[in-house]
Design a protein around this ligand. Structure first.
Ligand code: GDP
Ligand code: MG
Length: 446
Protein backbone atom coordinates (compact mmCIF):
# COMPACT_ATOMS: atom_id res chain seq x y z
CA UNK A 1 0.00 0.00 0.00
CA UNK A 2 2.81 2.31 0.94
CA UNK A 3 4.42 1.54 -2.35
CA UNK A 4 1.28 2.22 -4.32
CA UNK A 5 0.77 5.63 -2.71
CA UNK A 6 4.21 6.73 -3.77
CA UNK A 7 3.68 5.35 -7.24
CA UNK A 8 0.53 7.41 -7.55
CA UNK A 9 2.46 10.47 -6.54
CA UNK A 10 5.13 9.90 -9.08
CA UNK A 11 2.55 9.39 -11.78
CA UNK A 12 0.69 12.48 -10.70
CA UNK A 13 3.88 14.54 -10.88
CA UNK A 14 4.92 13.05 -14.20
CA UNK A 15 3.64 15.87 -16.35
CA UNK A 16 4.44 18.62 -13.88
CA UNK A 17 7.36 20.86 -14.75
CA UNK A 18 7.69 22.77 -11.50
CA UNK A 19 6.37 22.02 -8.07
CA UNK A 20 4.15 24.72 -6.64
CA UNK A 21 2.06 24.97 -3.49
CA UNK A 22 -0.90 23.43 -5.22
CA UNK A 23 0.49 20.32 -6.84
CA UNK A 24 2.79 19.78 -3.89
CA UNK A 25 -0.05 19.67 -1.37
CA UNK A 26 -1.89 17.29 -3.65
CA UNK A 27 1.17 15.03 -3.71
CA UNK A 28 1.65 15.27 0.03
CA UNK A 29 -1.98 14.37 0.66
CA UNK A 30 -1.49 11.15 -1.30
CA UNK A 31 1.56 10.30 0.73
CA UNK A 32 -0.19 11.12 3.96
CA UNK A 33 -2.91 8.58 3.28
CA UNK A 34 -0.45 5.93 2.27
CA UNK A 35 1.77 6.45 5.32
CA UNK A 36 -1.17 6.27 7.70
CA UNK A 37 -2.49 3.18 5.98
CA UNK A 38 0.91 1.62 6.39
CA UNK A 39 0.73 2.12 10.15
CA UNK A 40 3.14 4.97 10.40
CA UNK A 41 2.17 6.88 13.49
CA UNK A 42 0.16 10.06 13.06
CA UNK A 43 2.76 12.41 14.59
CA UNK A 44 5.56 10.78 12.67
CA UNK A 45 3.61 11.12 9.44
CA UNK A 46 2.97 14.77 10.10
CA UNK A 47 6.57 15.68 10.79
CA UNK A 48 7.68 13.66 7.78
CA UNK A 49 5.35 15.60 5.50
CA UNK A 50 6.39 18.95 6.93
CA UNK A 51 10.05 18.22 6.34
CA UNK A 52 9.48 17.04 2.80
CA UNK A 53 7.33 20.05 2.00
CA UNK A 54 9.91 22.45 3.31
CA UNK A 55 12.60 20.91 1.14
CA UNK A 56 10.51 20.45 -1.96
CA UNK A 57 9.13 23.93 -2.45
CA UNK A 58 11.07 25.87 -4.99
CA UNK A 59 13.78 23.24 -5.08
CA UNK A 60 12.26 20.89 -7.55
CA UNK A 61 12.16 21.66 -11.23
CA UNK A 62 12.35 19.67 -14.37
CA UNK A 63 15.98 19.23 -15.31
CA UNK A 64 17.96 17.52 -17.94
CA UNK A 65 21.72 17.63 -18.18
CA UNK A 66 24.17 16.35 -20.63
CA UNK A 67 27.45 15.34 -19.16
CA UNK A 68 30.15 13.42 -20.97
CA UNK A 69 28.30 10.60 -22.71
CA UNK A 70 25.45 10.62 -20.32
CA UNK A 71 22.20 12.42 -20.78
CA UNK A 72 20.13 12.53 -17.66
CA UNK A 73 16.60 13.68 -17.26
CA UNK A 74 15.04 14.00 -13.89
CA UNK A 75 11.38 14.82 -13.56
CA UNK A 76 9.99 16.62 -10.54
CA UNK A 77 8.31 13.34 -9.63
CA UNK A 78 11.66 11.55 -9.54
CA UNK A 79 13.23 14.30 -7.56
CA UNK A 80 10.37 14.30 -5.12
CA UNK A 81 10.65 10.55 -4.58
CA UNK A 82 14.33 10.97 -3.85
CA UNK A 83 13.51 13.65 -1.30
CA UNK A 84 11.03 11.34 0.40
CA UNK A 85 13.59 8.57 0.34
CA UNK A 86 16.23 10.70 2.00
CA UNK A 87 13.79 11.84 4.65
CA UNK A 88 12.75 8.26 5.39
CA UNK A 89 16.39 7.29 5.74
CA UNK A 90 16.90 10.15 8.14
CA UNK A 91 13.89 9.12 10.23
CA UNK A 92 15.00 5.51 10.51
CA UNK A 93 18.69 6.24 10.94
CA UNK A 94 21.38 6.68 11.87
CA UNK A 95 22.51 3.23 10.93
CA UNK A 96 23.65 1.40 14.04
CA UNK A 97 23.72 -2.37 14.00
CA UNK A 98 26.42 -2.57 16.64
CA UNK A 99 26.17 -4.80 19.70
CA UNK A 100 28.05 -4.20 22.90
CA UNK A 101 30.29 -7.23 23.28
CA UNK A 102 33.09 -5.68 25.28
CA UNK A 103 32.53 -7.39 28.60
CA UNK A 104 35.10 -10.02 29.49
CA UNK A 105 35.08 -12.93 29.67
CA UNK A 106 31.43 -13.11 28.56
CA UNK A 107 29.02 -10.52 27.18
CA UNK A 108 25.29 -11.02 27.26
CA UNK A 109 22.39 -10.34 24.94
CA UNK A 110 18.81 -10.65 26.18
CA UNK A 111 15.97 -11.18 23.73
CA UNK A 112 12.60 -9.89 24.86
CA UNK A 113 9.24 -9.61 23.15
CA UNK A 114 5.78 -11.05 22.89
CA UNK A 115 5.10 -14.69 22.18
CA UNK A 116 5.42 -15.57 18.53
CA UNK A 117 7.36 -12.42 17.67
CA UNK A 118 10.38 -14.51 16.71
CA UNK A 119 12.62 -14.40 19.79
CA UNK A 120 13.79 -17.99 19.69
CA UNK A 121 14.36 -18.04 15.95
CA UNK A 122 16.15 -14.70 16.08
CA UNK A 123 18.28 -15.75 19.06
CA UNK A 124 19.54 -18.65 16.97
CA UNK A 125 20.04 -16.46 13.89
CA UNK A 126 22.00 -14.04 16.01
CA UNK A 127 24.15 -16.89 17.32
CA UNK A 128 24.85 -17.82 13.72
CA UNK A 129 25.64 -14.21 12.84
CA UNK A 130 28.09 -13.89 15.73
CA UNK A 131 29.62 -17.27 15.00
CA UNK A 132 30.39 -16.06 11.47
CA UNK A 133 32.04 -13.00 12.95
CA UNK A 134 34.38 -15.16 14.95
CA UNK A 135 32.59 -15.06 18.31
CA UNK A 136 31.81 -18.15 20.37
CA UNK A 137 28.14 -17.83 21.31
CA UNK A 138 26.06 -19.89 23.72
CA UNK A 139 22.28 -19.99 23.65
CA UNK A 140 20.41 -19.96 26.94
CA UNK A 141 16.92 -21.43 27.23
CA UNK A 142 15.24 -19.02 29.62
CA UNK A 143 11.74 -19.72 28.35
CA UNK A 144 10.90 -22.53 30.73
CA UNK A 145 7.15 -22.42 30.74
CA UNK A 146 6.58 -24.39 27.57
CA UNK A 147 8.56 -27.61 27.22
CA UNK A 148 8.37 -27.23 23.45
CA UNK A 149 10.29 -23.96 23.69
CA UNK A 150 13.32 -25.68 25.20
CA UNK A 151 13.20 -28.41 22.55
CA UNK A 152 12.99 -25.77 19.83
CA UNK A 153 16.12 -23.93 20.93
CA UNK A 154 18.01 -27.18 21.55
CA UNK A 155 17.29 -28.27 18.02
CA UNK A 156 18.32 -24.92 16.53
CA UNK A 157 21.52 -24.93 18.57
CA UNK A 158 22.35 -28.48 17.47
CA UNK A 159 21.85 -27.54 13.81
CA UNK A 160 24.20 -24.58 14.17
CA UNK A 161 26.69 -26.33 16.36
CA UNK A 162 26.11 -23.77 19.09
CA UNK A 163 25.95 -24.98 22.72
CA UNK A 164 22.62 -24.52 24.46
CA UNK A 165 22.33 -24.18 28.20
CA UNK A 166 19.09 -25.17 29.89
CA UNK A 167 18.05 -26.14 33.40
CA UNK A 168 14.54 -27.48 33.77
CA UNK A 169 14.48 -27.04 37.53
CA UNK A 170 15.54 -23.42 37.88
CA UNK A 171 13.85 -20.07 37.38
CA UNK A 172 14.86 -17.88 34.42
CA UNK A 173 16.82 -15.23 36.38
CA UNK A 174 18.93 -17.94 38.04
CA UNK A 175 19.37 -19.75 34.75
CA UNK A 176 20.69 -16.60 33.10
CA UNK A 177 23.09 -15.64 35.84
CA UNK A 178 24.38 -19.20 36.10
CA UNK A 179 24.78 -19.29 32.32
CA UNK A 180 27.40 -16.53 32.51
CA UNK A 181 29.71 -18.81 34.49
CA UNK A 182 28.90 -21.89 32.44
CA UNK A 183 29.66 -20.01 29.22
CA UNK A 184 32.94 -18.74 30.59
CA UNK A 185 33.93 -22.29 31.62
CA UNK A 186 33.00 -23.52 28.15
CA UNK A 187 35.20 -20.83 26.59
CA UNK A 188 32.24 -19.01 25.05
CA UNK A 189 32.42 -15.23 24.82
CA UNK A 190 28.78 -14.25 24.39
CA UNK A 191 25.51 -15.63 25.73
CA UNK A 192 22.08 -15.05 24.24
CA UNK A 193 19.12 -15.32 26.64
CA UNK A 194 15.96 -16.51 24.94
CA UNK A 195 13.28 -15.32 27.33
CA UNK A 196 9.59 -16.17 27.54
CA UNK A 197 6.91 -14.00 25.99
CA UNK A 198 3.21 -13.60 26.67
CA UNK A 199 0.39 -12.83 24.36
CA UNK A 200 0.17 -9.36 25.84
CA UNK A 201 2.43 -7.24 27.98
CA UNK A 202 1.75 -8.14 31.60
CA UNK A 203 3.25 -7.62 35.00
CA UNK A 204 4.75 -11.09 35.54
CA UNK A 205 6.55 -10.82 32.19
CA UNK A 206 8.06 -7.42 33.01
CA UNK A 207 8.96 -8.55 36.51
CA UNK A 208 10.81 -11.57 35.20
CA UNK A 209 12.76 -9.46 32.72
CA UNK A 210 13.71 -7.07 35.51
CA UNK A 211 14.95 -9.92 37.64
CA UNK A 212 17.08 -11.25 34.80
CA UNK A 213 18.50 -7.76 34.35
CA UNK A 214 19.36 -7.53 38.03
CA UNK A 215 20.99 -10.92 38.26
CA UNK A 216 22.72 -11.26 34.89
CA UNK A 217 23.18 -7.65 33.71
CA UNK A 218 22.76 -8.19 29.97
CA UNK A 219 24.84 -5.72 27.95
CA UNK A 220 22.28 -5.70 25.17
CA UNK A 221 18.52 -5.87 25.51
CA UNK A 222 16.88 -6.41 22.17
CA UNK A 223 13.15 -6.17 21.67
CA UNK A 224 11.98 -8.51 18.96
CA UNK A 225 8.97 -7.11 17.11
CA UNK A 226 6.83 -8.75 14.49
CA UNK A 227 6.51 -6.39 11.53
CA UNK A 228 3.25 -8.05 10.54
CA UNK A 229 1.33 -6.55 13.43
CA UNK A 230 1.76 -3.03 12.14
CA UNK A 231 0.76 -0.11 14.32
CA UNK A 232 0.47 -2.36 17.35
CA UNK A 233 4.23 -2.91 17.27
CA UNK A 234 4.73 0.77 18.07
CA UNK A 235 2.61 0.44 21.21
CA UNK A 236 4.55 -2.63 22.26
CA UNK A 237 7.85 -0.92 21.61
CA UNK A 238 6.79 2.08 23.68
CA UNK A 239 5.50 -0.06 26.53
CA UNK A 240 8.70 -2.09 26.77
CA UNK A 241 10.85 0.98 26.41
CA UNK A 242 9.10 2.62 29.36
CA UNK A 243 9.74 -0.35 31.60
CA UNK A 244 13.21 -1.57 30.66
CA UNK A 245 16.43 -0.28 29.19
CA UNK A 246 16.21 -1.39 25.56
CA UNK A 247 19.39 -1.10 23.51
CA UNK A 248 17.87 -2.01 20.16
CA UNK A 249 15.07 -3.51 18.12
CA UNK A 250 14.88 -6.42 15.80
CA UNK A 251 12.02 -6.30 13.33
CA UNK A 252 11.07 -9.78 12.14
CA UNK A 253 9.03 -11.15 9.25
CA UNK A 254 9.85 -8.35 6.89
CA UNK A 255 10.04 -10.96 4.18
CA UNK A 256 6.25 -11.24 3.98
CA UNK A 257 4.06 -8.43 2.82
CA UNK A 258 4.61 -6.61 6.08
CA UNK A 259 4.54 -2.90 5.74
CA UNK A 260 7.88 -1.43 6.63
CA UNK A 261 5.99 1.44 8.28
CA UNK A 262 6.59 -0.03 11.71
CA UNK A 263 10.31 0.58 11.41
CA UNK A 264 9.78 4.29 10.91
CA UNK A 265 7.44 4.72 13.84
CA UNK A 266 9.36 2.53 16.26
CA UNK A 267 12.56 4.43 15.79
CA UNK A 268 10.86 7.81 15.89
CA UNK A 269 8.70 6.96 18.91
CA UNK A 270 11.46 5.55 21.10
CA UNK A 271 14.75 6.88 19.74
CA UNK A 272 16.14 3.36 20.14
CA UNK A 273 17.90 2.08 17.01
CA UNK A 274 16.73 -0.81 14.90
CA UNK A 275 19.65 -3.22 14.82
CA UNK A 276 18.56 -6.13 12.66
CA UNK A 277 15.71 -7.26 10.47
CA UNK A 278 14.46 -10.80 10.01
CA UNK A 279 13.94 -11.68 6.38
CA UNK A 280 12.80 -15.30 6.61
CA UNK A 281 12.71 -18.43 8.72
CA UNK A 282 16.13 -19.71 7.65
CA UNK A 283 19.09 -19.19 9.95
CA UNK A 284 20.85 -16.97 7.45
CA UNK A 285 17.88 -14.65 7.07
CA UNK A 286 19.00 -12.02 9.54
CA UNK A 287 20.31 -8.75 8.16
CA UNK A 288 21.90 -5.77 9.78
CA UNK A 289 19.44 -2.94 9.50
CA UNK A 290 20.13 -0.50 6.66
CA UNK A 291 17.77 2.50 6.62
CA UNK A 292 18.68 3.09 2.99
CA UNK A 293 17.57 -0.38 1.94
CA UNK A 294 14.30 -0.27 3.84
CA UNK A 295 13.48 3.21 2.53
CA UNK A 296 13.90 1.99 -1.05
CA UNK A 297 11.74 -0.97 -0.25
CA UNK A 298 9.04 1.14 1.38
CA UNK A 299 8.99 3.49 -1.56
CA UNK A 300 9.35 0.70 -4.08
CA UNK A 301 11.57 2.89 -6.20
CA UNK A 302 15.10 1.60 -5.92
CA UNK A 303 15.58 2.47 -9.57
CA UNK A 304 14.39 6.06 -9.32
CA UNK A 305 16.43 6.74 -6.24
CA UNK A 306 19.48 5.35 -7.99
CA UNK A 307 18.84 7.58 -10.98
CA UNK A 308 18.56 10.73 -8.92
CA UNK A 309 21.67 9.77 -7.00
CA UNK A 310 23.55 9.47 -10.30
CA UNK A 311 22.16 12.78 -11.31
CA UNK A 312 23.37 14.51 -8.16
CA UNK A 313 26.75 12.93 -8.60
CA UNK A 314 26.96 14.17 -12.17
CA UNK A 315 26.07 17.67 -11.04
CA UNK A 316 28.84 17.47 -8.46
CA UNK A 317 31.27 16.16 -11.04
CA UNK A 318 30.29 18.84 -13.45
CA UNK A 319 30.79 21.54 -10.89
CA UNK A 320 34.13 20.08 -9.86
CA UNK A 321 35.24 20.02 -13.46
CA UNK A 322 34.19 23.61 -14.03
CA UNK A 323 35.95 24.66 -10.86
CA UNK A 324 39.08 22.89 -11.95
CA UNK A 325 39.01 24.58 -15.37
CA UNK A 326 38.61 27.96 -13.78
CA UNK A 327 41.51 27.33 -11.46
CA UNK A 328 43.70 26.11 -14.25
CA UNK A 329 43.04 29.35 -16.07
CA UNK A 330 44.53 31.04 -13.05
CA UNK A 331 41.23 32.32 -11.72
CA UNK A 332 41.88 31.06 -8.27
CA UNK A 333 40.65 32.94 -5.24
CA UNK A 334 40.26 32.29 -1.54
CA UNK A 335 36.83 30.76 -2.05
CA UNK A 336 38.40 28.05 -4.21
CA UNK A 337 41.25 27.79 -1.78
CA UNK A 338 38.92 26.93 1.07
CA UNK A 339 37.09 24.38 -1.02
CA UNK A 340 40.37 22.90 -2.11
CA UNK A 341 41.81 22.41 1.33
CA UNK A 342 38.53 20.97 2.51
CA UNK A 343 38.65 18.53 -0.37
CA UNK A 344 42.25 17.57 0.35
CA UNK A 345 41.38 17.10 3.98
CA UNK A 346 38.46 14.85 3.10
CA UNK A 347 40.65 12.75 0.84
CA UNK A 348 42.78 11.66 3.74
CA UNK A 349 44.42 8.58 2.28
CA UNK A 350 44.66 10.30 -1.09
CA UNK A 351 46.80 12.94 0.51
CA UNK A 352 49.22 10.18 1.47
CA UNK A 353 49.09 8.95 -2.09
CA UNK A 354 49.88 12.36 -3.53
CA UNK A 355 52.91 12.46 -1.32
CA UNK A 356 54.19 9.29 -2.90
CA UNK A 357 53.92 10.64 -6.44
CA UNK A 358 57.09 11.77 -8.17
CA UNK A 359 55.89 15.31 -8.98
CA UNK A 360 56.37 16.41 -5.43
CA UNK A 361 59.57 14.79 -4.31
CA UNK A 362 59.11 16.15 -0.82
CA UNK A 363 55.38 15.42 -0.80
CA UNK A 364 52.85 18.23 -0.81
CA UNK A 365 54.38 21.57 0.10
CA UNK A 366 54.03 21.59 3.86
CA UNK A 367 52.05 24.78 3.57
CA UNK A 368 49.32 22.91 1.71
CA UNK A 369 48.67 20.63 4.63
CA UNK A 370 46.03 21.55 7.19
CA UNK A 371 44.55 19.94 10.23
CA UNK A 372 41.10 20.53 11.72
CA UNK A 373 42.25 23.23 14.05
CA UNK A 374 43.94 25.05 11.24
CA UNK A 375 40.93 24.79 9.01
CA UNK A 376 38.83 26.63 11.60
CA UNK A 377 41.50 29.28 11.89
CA UNK A 378 41.79 29.66 8.14
CA UNK A 379 38.05 29.95 7.75
CA UNK A 380 37.84 32.68 10.34
CA UNK A 381 40.52 34.67 8.54
CA UNK A 382 38.95 34.23 5.13
CA UNK A 383 35.58 35.23 6.56
CA UNK A 384 37.06 38.57 7.56
CA UNK A 385 38.08 39.36 4.00
CA UNK A 386 35.93 41.40 1.67
CA UNK A 387 34.53 39.64 -1.39
CA UNK A 388 37.01 41.53 -3.54
CA UNK A 389 39.91 40.38 -1.40
CA UNK A 390 38.72 36.81 -1.57
CA UNK A 391 38.48 36.94 -5.31
CA UNK A 392 41.70 38.88 -5.95
CA UNK A 393 43.98 38.08 -3.05
CA UNK A 394 46.84 40.00 -4.65
CA UNK A 395 45.26 43.26 -3.58
CA UNK A 396 45.81 42.35 0.07
CA UNK A 397 48.48 44.77 1.20
CA UNK A 398 49.86 45.53 4.64
CA UNK A 399 46.97 47.73 5.74
CA UNK A 400 44.45 45.12 4.56
CA UNK A 401 46.40 42.44 6.42
CA UNK A 402 46.12 44.50 9.58
CA UNK A 403 42.38 44.94 9.11
CA UNK A 404 41.75 41.24 8.42
CA UNK A 405 43.82 40.29 11.47
CA UNK A 406 41.80 42.61 13.69
CA UNK A 407 38.51 41.43 12.22
CA UNK A 408 39.25 37.76 12.76
CA UNK A 409 40.98 38.17 16.10
CA UNK A 410 44.20 36.70 14.69
CA UNK A 411 47.80 37.81 14.55
CA UNK A 412 49.01 39.60 11.44
CA UNK A 413 51.61 36.87 11.17
CA UNK A 414 48.84 34.30 10.81
CA UNK A 415 47.22 36.25 7.99
CA UNK A 416 50.57 36.46 6.22
CA UNK A 417 51.08 32.71 6.67
CA UNK A 418 47.75 32.11 5.08
CA UNK A 419 48.66 34.29 2.11
CA UNK A 420 51.80 32.23 1.64
CA UNK A 421 49.84 29.01 1.82
CA UNK A 422 47.43 30.40 -0.70
CA UNK A 423 50.18 31.38 -3.15
CA UNK A 424 51.76 27.94 -2.87
CA UNK A 425 48.45 26.34 -3.68
CA UNK A 426 47.90 28.67 -6.60
CA UNK A 427 51.34 27.89 -7.98
CA UNK A 428 50.56 24.22 -7.66
CA UNK A 429 47.36 24.68 -9.59
CA UNK A 430 48.91 26.67 -12.38
CA UNK A 431 51.75 24.16 -12.59
CA UNK A 432 49.13 21.51 -13.28
CA UNK A 433 47.38 23.76 -15.76
CA UNK A 434 50.65 24.55 -17.49
CA UNK A 435 51.05 20.89 -18.28
CA UNK A 436 54.18 20.43 -16.23
CA UNK A 437 52.66 17.67 -14.23
CA UNK A 438 50.68 16.13 -17.02
CA UNK A 439 53.84 15.99 -19.10
CA UNK A 440 55.68 14.20 -16.39
CA UNK A 441 52.82 11.82 -15.93
CA UNK A 442 53.01 10.87 -19.59
CA UNK A 443 56.73 10.57 -19.33
CA UNK A 444 56.32 8.21 -16.46
CA UNK A 445 53.99 5.94 -18.35
CA UNK A 446 56.06 5.92 -21.53
P1 GDP B 1 8.99 -16.62 19.88
O1 GDP B 1 7.72 -17.13 20.47
O2 GDP B 1 9.10 -15.16 20.06
O3 GDP B 1 10.19 -17.35 20.38
O4 GDP B 1 8.89 -16.85 18.31
P2 GDP B 1 9.59 -17.98 17.41
O5 GDP B 1 11.02 -17.72 17.27
O6 GDP B 1 9.19 -19.31 17.89
O7 GDP B 1 8.92 -17.65 15.98
C1 GDP B 1 7.53 -17.74 15.73
C2 GDP B 1 7.32 -18.06 14.25
O8 GDP B 1 7.77 -16.99 13.45
C3 GDP B 1 8.12 -19.26 13.81
O9 GDP B 1 7.31 -20.04 12.95
C4 GDP B 1 9.28 -18.68 13.04
O10 GDP B 1 9.76 -19.54 12.04
C5 GDP B 1 8.66 -17.45 12.45
N1 GDP B 1 9.64 -16.39 12.16
C6 GDP B 1 10.54 -15.81 13.00
N2 GDP B 1 11.25 -14.86 12.35
C7 GDP B 1 10.81 -14.84 11.08
C8 GDP B 1 11.13 -14.05 9.92
O11 GDP B 1 12.00 -13.14 9.92
N3 GDP B 1 10.44 -14.31 8.77
C9 GDP B 1 9.48 -15.28 8.74
N4 GDP B 1 8.83 -15.46 7.59
N5 GDP B 1 9.13 -16.02 9.80
C10 GDP B 1 9.78 -15.81 10.96
MG1 MG C 1 10.34 -18.73 21.86
Amino acid sequence: ILTRGFRDVRQYLQGVRTLNEENLSEALAMIRVSLLEADVEFQVTRSFLEKVKEQALGEIVHVSVKFKERKLKVSPGDHFIKLCHDELVRLMGPEDASLDLRRKPVSAIMMVGLQGSGKTTTAAKLARFLQKKGNRPMLVAADVYRPAAVDQIRKLGADLNVPVYSDGGARPPEICSKAMQIASDANCDVVIFDTAGRLTIDEPLMEEIHQIEELAHPDNVLLVCDAMIGQESVNIAKAFNERIRLTGFILTKLDGDARGGAAISIKEATGVPIKFVGMGEGMDRLEEFRPDGLASRILGFGDVVGLVKDFEEVLDEKKAEEDAMRMLRGEFGFGDFLEQIRAIKKMGPLQDLIEKLPFFPGGLPSSAKVDDYELVRIESIINSMTPAERKHPDIINQSRIARVARGSGREEREVKDLLTKFRDMRDLMSAMGGGKIRGRWKGMKG
